[in-house]
Design a protein around this ligand. Structure first.
Ligand code: MG
Length: 384
């Protein structure tokens, strides 16, 4: 599969925003502004790496904004936006991606669907940007008096992420060094390459002023919509002396086989939460081929997904897990499981349900070959 890296540019000093800290570190919906777009790209299953481009002075802010997200190390930018992108592109030379999506860190409402649209248009086009038609009439004015009304036919407002063939945009940026342009598409055009426009999104606004941030903050709290999704997982019995379910060790004369700790209940729940944010499945985010997850505590996976959801401005309302097995008996451990899940999810215990059932001796669970678990989750997410 083609490698597509997201380069999220956030090295600016925010002269139009004012204040003590650059705007990307101010809170939107309770999270640093930059975290929203980092989380959106991290959640997209077809983005292979997410790299932020920041100012070296902002490392502490960045670490706070990126905490818990699975990102590659940030890159340091330059004195202008263009210099920052150039330096970010140079920083990607080791991983040498096929495509790079350059995104403005000040556009926090980037949607999964828009990222998908950009990626989909890429193979046939070396440059793709989202854009929207202009609806307002354009006036040129001098000293507050209109000198001209401009035709708006064929005019578009450019957005980000702007996606390009990696080597081509890197060469174009090198060639354009010293000539300031307002976006990366302009750099690509200056090198003589065609750039395809695709439909942008009205939600994908850029935060420039304090008023923009305040408006976005007010709006984002009002449009939460409910989502529910389910997850299912099975692990086979193998040698051992306990099974781990809902992060609780349950003594048994067998263990569960798996690359991680084989906690089928947490895996099902993690998949349910990924389903709520339409972000693929657990295997996509934590490939069983990756040695990092060998023997891993599955609480890591669950915490990662709840962080993604929170960073997208969402919150969990309720989760429900059903564990399906003949043995071991789950009843004696149910309360501990609810308590542990409530702790991991930062939810009151009244919003966490753990149930168990047998299959009356039927099927693979009935034959005691393994344990199955299913989960449902309900969340609130900002609507678009
Ligand atoms: Mg599993």
């Amino acid at each position: 599969m083609a490698r597509a890296v997201a380069l999220v540019v956030a090295a600016g000093r925010g002269s139009r925003f004012g204040g003590e800290h650059p705007k990307q570190w101010h809170a939107l919906n309770g999270q640093p502004l930059l975290r929203h777009s980092l989380a959106a790209f991290a959640a997209h299953p077809d983005i292979t790496e997410v790299r932020a481009v920041i100012h070296p002075d902002d490392l502490a802010f960045y670490e706070q904004a990126a905490a818990g997200l699975r990102l590659n190390s940030p890159l340091f930018g330059g004195a202008t936006r263009q210099a920052s992108v150039r330096s970010g592109l140079d920083g990607l030379s080791d991983c040498d991606p096929d495509w790079v999506l350059i995104h403005d860190g000040a556009r926090p409402f980037i949607e999964q669907a828009l990222i998908s649209r950009v990626l989909k248009a890429l193979p046939g086009n070396p440059g793709v940007i989202p854009a929207l038609p202009l609806h307002d009439t354009l006036k040129r004015a001098r000293d507050g008096v209109i000198s001209e009304t401009l035709p708006r036919d064929g005019l578009f407002r450019a957005q980000t992420p702007q996606a390009f063939h990696y080597q081509m945009i890197r060469d174009a940026h090198r060639a354009a060094a010293g000539r300031e342009m307002t976006d990366d598409a302009a750099v690509f055009e200056a090198a003589g390459h065609a750039v395809r426009l695709i439909a942008g999104s009205e939600a994908n606004v850029k935060i420039t002023t304090r008023e923009d941030l305040a408006r976005a903050d007010r709006a984002s709290g009002k449009t939460l919509e409910p989502r529910m999704a389910t997850g299912y997982d099975v692990h086979r019995f193998g040698p051992g002396d306990h099974v781990t379910l809902c992060n609780i060790k349950v003594p048994h004369h067998l263990g569960l086989e798996g690359h991680s700790d084989a906690d089928a209940a947490l895996h099902a729940l993690t998949d349910a939460l990924l389903g709520c944010i339409a972000s693929g499945d657990i295997g996509r985010h934590f490939p069983p081929t990756d040695p990092r997850w060998k023997g891993a505590d599955s609480a890591l996976f669950l915490t990662y997904v709840t962080e993604l959801l929170t960073a997208m401005g969402g919150r969990i309302l309720h989760v429900d897990i059903t564990i399906i097995c003949e043995r071991p008996k789950i009843g004696p451990y149910r309360a501990a499981m609810v308590e542990r899940l409530a702790e991991l999810l930062a939810l009151p215990q009244g919003r966490v349900s753990v149930k168990a059932t047998t299959t009356e001796g039927l099927g693979f669970t009935g034959r005691q070959e393994g344990i199955a678990a299913q989960a449902a989750a309900t969340v609130l997410l900002p609507g678009h």
